[in-house]
Design a binder for this molecule. Sequence first.
Ligand code: 5GP
Length: 172
Amino acid sequence: MIRARMRKGFLVIISAPSGAGKSSVCRALRAQDRSLRYSVSCSTRKPRPGEKDGVHYHFLGRDEFRRRALRGDFLEWAEVHGNFYGTPRGFIEAQAKAGRVILLDIDVQGAETIARRRKGDVTVFILPPSWTALERRLRLRRDTNDSIRTRLSNARGELKAAPRYDYWVVND
Ligand code: 5GP
């Protein structure tokens, strides 16, 4: 019984406003610990230059995303910056059962949904060193001006969720 409990996997949920450097932190963690499993989300957003289907996201059309959401394929899903994102339930359940630590890069709504449904996971909020740094990082990515504006205005709301996380990390 104790051994079974010890072997049970758990999630490390990382959230941050866009541009805080969450993807780089996740990449560094995965490079340091090869036993970590990364949850590749489904998204209706268009791929950015260099992004690969099945690696960065499973890129789906809105109809297919809706079908999967209705079928209960997602552990959680949310609309973020005008697009839909969802965490594939099957992958999480299989990896947790196998005793793996699973890394999730999801937004504050998704983190809250999962916290309501599961116990024993770890949540981490990544903060940018300053507002100016956040804006600069967003401009360095090849997002559209509209997307940058939406992401900056959403960042204010996202930062309000930070106190509910287990750990805070300033990514400077
Ligand atoms: P981006 O479009 O910049 O890749 O991601 C936008 C936001 O969606 C980020 O905050 C990212 O963490 C979040 N996100 C990515 N995958 C998921 C997911 O499966 N569920 C939820 N709720 N948010 C996600």
